[in-house]
Design a protein around this ligand. Sequence first.
Ligand code: SF4
Length: 352
Amino acid sequence: MPYSDFDTKKRFARLPALLLPWYAKNARDLPWRRDREPYHVWVSEIMLQQTRVEAVRGYYERFLQAFPTVRDLAEAPEETLLKLWEGLGYYSRARNLQKAAKLIVSQYGGEFPRDYNSVRALPGIGDYTAGAICSICFETSVAAVDGNVLRIAARIAEKDEPIDLPAVKKSVAQSLQEVYPAGHCGAFTQSLMELGACVCMPKVTKCDICPVREICLSHAHGTQATLPKKLPKREKRVEPRTVFLLECDGAYAIHRREGKGLLAGLWQFPNTEGQLSPSDALQAAESFGVKPIELLRETHKTHIFTHIRWEMVGYHIRCREKSEVFLWATPEELQSTYALPTAFRIFLGENT
Ligand code: SF4
C-alpha cells in the first residue's frame, strides 16, 4: 500500500496538531458551516461535487428555503426540485438526494441515520460523502478522501502513484483514519478541505503560508508542481448537434428528454444529431408540423459534459403553428417553471 510506510505515517500523524489551530483561525464563513445539521452538510456536500464553492452558495440557500427539512425534500414535486437544480448540472445528484430523503423518511422516521454504513448505503452517497457527513456531524473518526485530500497527501508524502487509482485512495484513507483526532474529527475533515481549497490548490501552491510545510516533502524538494500524478484522461467524444428554437406567438417549443441517459427527463428544445444546414433545418422544422416562416438567427455553441462535447448549431425559427407535439413556453415560463439544462439555456440569451 503506497501510503502505509513508516515515514508517511509519521508525517500524517502531525497533521492534526498543525491543521486544527490553523483552521480555527482561517476557516471561511460558508453557509453550510454554520451548524452541524446532517441534512445541511449532506446537501452542501452533494452540491459541492464537481461545482465551485462560489457557485454553490446561492443554490444552497435557495434549496434550503424551498425544502427546510428532509421531509420537505422527500415530498417535493420533481419539477420543483429540478428547477432549483437548474444550472448546477449532473442532475442525477438531485434525483438521488430525493430518493435518499424518501428512504430517510420511510426507514428512519425523517431522522438522518448516524452510523457510517447506513449513511453510505443511501442513494448518491459514496465513501467521501459518508465520511464527510459522519465526521462533521457525528464526530465519527472516518476519513473523507476526495481529490483535494489526495492531492495534499501526494505532495506531503511525495508519492507519484496516480491518485485516481482506487488502491491509492484506499491507502490514503487508511493512513489518515489512524490519525483522526478524537473529539475534533469534523474540524479535521474540514481543515483538510480548506487546505486543498485555499492553500494547496491544483495549479497554485501557497507553500509560504502553508501550515503543514514543515512535514511536506514536495515543499522540501520543490516538486509540488509535478504532483499529484493522474491517469491519462479519456478523450471526450465530440457530438455535433442541431438545436431548434421554434418560436410561435412569443412562445418556444420544448419537450421532455427520455427518462434514461444524459440529462434524463429534463426539458429541452427540439434537437437532433449532426449539424444541419439552414435549409435542411427549415425542412426539419416543417416535418415537426410548426409551419416555419423565417430563419431569424443561427448561433454556434459548445457544451461540455463529463465524457462528451456537444458542438451545436442553433436555429431560431419563427413559426406559424404550435404543433401539439411540443409544449409551448414563454421566456418567463422558461425562467420560472421548466428546468432547462445549461446545454440548451445557453441559446436563450441572444434569442429571446
Ligand atoms: S507545503 Fe506546499 S505543496 Fe506542501 S501541502 Fe503545503 S501548499 Fe501543498
